[in-house]
Design a protein around this ligand. Structure first.
Ligand code: X8Z
Ligand code: ZN
Length: 607
């Protein structure tokens, strides 16, 4: 589980109230007689919140122990706890239907809708299978290893080691080997995934959704089709910027690897982007940086030189949030978080933020290295934590993000204020570069943020097709690569293999975490940044703005965080930006000078 403590998330205006009331109320055993009343509905909501609150803490604790000590025993403990939560959430979701037509308060109506955005598996066997498969795939991903020499255990490489090769090597054969090695690890749970999809769909259908994909798309205060159209609209807005970056990177990669490796047209092999999923390309900065003096955000050397360890890196990040007027992290955060990879056991290293008691027991789980990337990921994770803390006084069902994209955007918004000037102030960067070097910084950011857009869009394009049944297991890879070629312009470094499951080599597929949230977050964080900079009285180029120490911006931000999931997300957006729609013009504005530069480079490099 990532940041979310609840099985339900945000609300949607959807028509899911189709079953006759008697059938609805009987579905999980309990039958209420007579017409529903407002008083009964209020009591139902109160009891449901208390029950879910208690269960979510138990489930979170079991999952925490599992993900930080992977064993067969902790796997089954986590699966059992999840099964109980699933049972309760499903039962409550079905019972909630009884009150849908009552004239309740706005808050109670919203709570009822949120409760019904959940799977309901009435069969115990299905719940058991669903929970077991989920825990098993999550653990398999965490333990995944590539052993170049299968008879020698010492040759085995874990994901962290393979990612390091992808990030630092410039030897195409070595890159390809690490890439293929990791991707083949997912084959072992392809069948589990296919089975899991079927059971999950059953649960979505019991709640009246077409399939689990439709359930996911229903969590954005709009009908599922409208959400799909909205993401496509945003993608079209940013595509020209992505295309310019992709073309520039192609030409620079050709200079490093030659035209045999990097074609002049069509998709580029996926192992050459410095990242296992080609999802962010900042590790390519040294290969693609502008000529002459060009600043960037590289602080890895300084972290090592100054011996700034994982805890100190996290304290720097906390310092940003407190500079905005937010509270210090509780002592238990420091004693209970997992900041570095333990040597003595298997863990899920993929970074996550946890809210174990829905109050103050917040923690992060990371395997921090002294890299710029991890420094920024810490800001991302603390964004989740500060959101959790800000809405802790809301009723249980409103303890969540305005939508999941908001939850993902908070820390990234703060990290956009991690500018060279800010790093210099902290003593993490030797000099403040002048504005003439901005292109380097912008390019570095674009390699992180713009490169990510098509990937974050396509992961759920694929999953929506899988959940709808449009793509069957034998075509998982075929369609995965069609989408990756179409949107990202990257291709598999070698022919597909029978039984392959390349999508499963991505954490969020193995852990069944929706991914559109990151696409939304990458548009939204620039919108929030633009508005908070305005609030701070700043009017220069957006890439030079840092809201560090600005209490006015901090206050606006905190007020939005404290709303949690209590209102539709466009009201949360309005509270900070005054705008009520997602709008990619902020990311376009932010990178406007870079776009001009990229297009000029592409013209001259192509000659
Ligand atoms: O999974 C994450 C976070 C935890 S919510 C580290 N991210 C996505 C990923 O790694 O694929 C952050 C950006 C995209
Ligand atoms: Zn996150």
């Amino acid at each position: 589980m990532l940041h979310s403590t609840k099985i339900v998330a945000a609300l949607a205006a959807i028509t899911i109230f189709s079953l006759p009331i008697t059938v609805q109320a009987q579905a999980h055993g309990k039958t209420k007689k007579g017409p529903a009343t407002i008083a009964e509905a209020e009591k139902f909501l109160k009891d449901a919140e208390a029950r879910l609150d208690k269960l979510s803490s138990a489930t979170q604790r079991a999952s925490w122990v599992y993900e930080t000590h992977i064993t067969d025993d902790t796997e089954s403990i986590a699966a059992q706890a999840n099964e109980l939560s699933l049972e309760a959430a499903g039962e409550i979701a079905i019972q909630a239907r009884r009150y849908n037509k009552l004239p309740l308060s706005v808050d109670s109506k919203r709570k009822l809708k949120l409760l019904q955005l959940s799977l309901s598996l009435s069969s115990e066997k299905d719940r058991g299978e669903y929970s077991r498969l989920a825990a098993q795939m999550n653990g398999a991903y965490g333990k995944g290893k590539y052993c170049p020499n299968p008879s020698d255990e010492k040759s085995c490489l874990n994901l962290g080691q393979l990612e390091k090769i992808l990030a630092t090597s410039h030897n195409p054969a070595e890159l390809k080997d690490a890439w293929l090695g990791w991707h083949q690890t997912a084959m072992s749970y392809k069948d589990s995934y296919a089975k899991y999809v079927q059971v999950s769909n059953k649960g979505a259908r019991e709640m009246g959704f077409a399939d689990t994909g439709a359930l996911w798309r229903s969590q954005y205060d709009m009908p599922p089709e409208a959400f799909a159209a909205e993401t496509e609209r945003l993608w079209q807005q940013v595509k020209p910027l992505y295309d310019s970056l992709h073309q520039y990177v192609r030409l620079k990669l050709q200079q490093t690897y030659g035209k045999d490796e990097v074609p002049s047209e069509g998709p580029i092999p996926a192992h050459l982007f410095g990242n296992m999923w080609s999802q962010s390309w900042d590790n390519l900065y040294p290969l693609v940086k502008p000529q002459g003096p060009a600043a960037n955000l590289d602080i890895a050397e300084i972290l090592k030189q100054k011996n700034i360890d994982a805890k100190a890196m996290t304290q720097f990040s906390e310092g940003f949030y407190t500079s905005l007027g937010m509270e210090k992290l509780p002592a238990s955060f420091w004693s209970k978080s997992q900041l570095t990879k333990p040597r003595d056991r298997e863990v899920v290293c993929h970074a996550s933020a946890w809210d174990l008691d829905n109050l103050m027991d917040v923690r992060i789980k990371m395997c921090i290295n002294q890299t710029t990337e991890d420094f920024l990921v810490i800001h991302h994770e603390l964004g989740h934590i500060y959101y959790d803390l800000a809405y802790r006084n809301q009723p249980h069902l409103f303890k969540g993000g305005a939508n999941d994209g908001f939850h993902e955007a908070i820390g990234d918004t703060v990290a956009l204020s991690v500018t060279p000037a800010y790093l210099n102030k902290l003593g993490l960067l030797a000099e403040v570069p002048d504005a003439s070097q901005d292109i380097g910084v912008l390019l570095d950011r674009a390699l992180q943020k713009v490169a990510f857009l098509p990937f974050s869009y396509l992961v759920d394009q694929w999953r929506w097709k899988v959940y709808s049944g449009q793509v069957q297991p034998q075509d998982y890879d075929k369609v995965w690569w069609e989408l990756r070629e179409k949107y990202q312009g990257v291709k598999r470094p070698a022919p597909m293999i029978a039984g392959g499951f390349d999508a499963g080599a991505k954490y969020h597929v193995a852990s069944d975490t929706p991914y559109s949230r990151y696409f939304i977050a990458h548009i939204l964080q620039f919108q929030l940044h633009r508005a908070l900079c305005r609030e701070a009285g700043y009017s220069g180029p957006l890439n030079r703005c840092s809201i560090y120490e600005n209490k006015a911006a901090g206050k606006k931000f905190q007020a939005m965080l404290a709303m949690g999931a209590s209102r539709p997300w466009n009201e949360a957006l309005q509270a900070v930006t005054g705008e009520d729609k997602l709008d990619a013009s902020a990311i376009i504005d932010y990178f406007a000078p870079l776009k001009v530069w990229l297009d000029a480079q592409n013209k001259s490099l192509a000659k």
